[in-house]
Ligand binder design. Structure first.
Ligand code: NAD
Length: 275
């Protein structure tokens, strides 16, 4: 899968001044709240939903796989979902420079909390002490829709490899799904509460790679702003919170965050982590 290209975030075309402004805000902050979206992982080869090369932009019918009612009622939706989970690129993806750059913002004097809408686990893999809150749970486990049993998803991939197309729960026979939060499912209130606390107490909020169109995740931007924090948006396309943002950066995320880290003097950490 290739990296997403978009005319608003070509490399060599970085908005150096705005990136310097972001570096300054970061250097002055004691507690940073990051709201990450699917755009954070496109440079790891995982397509987003609504970007120019997004799954739904290209295949609107794929939306049904993320709708709980359709998933429950239609075996064909489940079969297609299992094919995409197995072959869609998340299994082999590695963190990219953006994940490492965010991880490097955490210092002895600066706490970073990342509330991610992503289910790929890549921010955690970026070898960081940064706190990561998975708002939409995780791809890496399955959950039974009847008995709630959770198991590593690799066990289900083994069953798919053995020829099953719509594996059911071994314990109760119920429908299996990845543990990710689909439309029609509630977020874990404990995770959401922790994210609200982090947003309320931050002195800088940065939304990265999200169209900010999925609630309640996007509303965390408002929570941070009501607590007095400036909001910075790093995204290749306009978002629903652009009007209220203090700073908007339209560059491609990886090169942009690498530049910010260079200004902050943190490049060595990123380079050593990627080697
Ligand atoms: P979204 O698809 O709605 O928006 C992603 C945004 O990122 C787009 O506006 C796009 O232009 C921008 N973008 C993509 N790559 C970029 C790059 N390299 N540089 C700059 N901008 C870039 O995604 P969302 O707001 O996170 O909401 C979608 C939902 O999708 C979430 O609920 C999430 O759970 C789920 N999702 C997760 C993954 C993942 O885990 N990697 C992937 C797809 C979808």
């Amino acid at each position: 899968m290739s990296h997403q290209e978009h005319e608003s975030y070509q490399e060599g075309d970085l908005d150096i001044q705005r990136l310097a402004d972001l570096a300054e805000l970061i250097s002055e902050a004691g507690q940073i709240f990051v709201l990450a979206g699917a755009g954070m992982s496109t440079e790891s080869g995982i397509p987003d939903f609504r970007g120019p090369d997004g799954l739904w932009t290209k295949y609107p019918e794929a939306m049904r796989m993320f709708d709980l009612a359709a998933y429950r009622s239609d075996p064909e939706v489940r079969r297609a979902a299992w094919r995409i989970r197995r072959d869609g690129g998340i299994r082999d993806a590695k963190p990219n420079v953006g994940h490492y750059a965010v991880a490097a913002w955490e210092t002895a004097d600066r706490r970073v909390t990342v509330a991610t809408q992503n289910i790929d686990g890549l921010q955690q893999q970026a070898e960081t002490s940064t706190r990561v809150l998975e708002l939409h749970d995780t791809f890496w486990q399955t959950m039974c829709l009847s008995c709630d049993e959770r198991l590593p998803i690799d066990q289900t991939f083994e069953r798919l490899d053995a020829g099953e197309v719509d594996p059911n729960c071994h314990s109760c026979g119920g429908i299996l799904k990845s543990a990710t939060v689909a439309f029609g499912q509630q977020l874990d209130p404990r995770v959401l509460d922790s994210a609200v606390d982090a947003a309320q107490s931050c002195d800088l909020a940065i939304a990265i790679g999200s169209s900010l169109s999925v609630q309640p995740a996007a509303s965390l931007c408002s929570v941070a702003m009501e607590g007095g924090a400036p909001l910075v948006i790093v995204n290749g396309e306009p978002t629903e919170y652009d009007e209220v943002a203090t700073l908007i950066i339209r560059d491609r995320i990886g090169p942009a965050l690498l530049r910010v880290s260079e200004v902050l003097g943190e490049t060595a950490i990123i380079v050593s982590d990627l080697s």
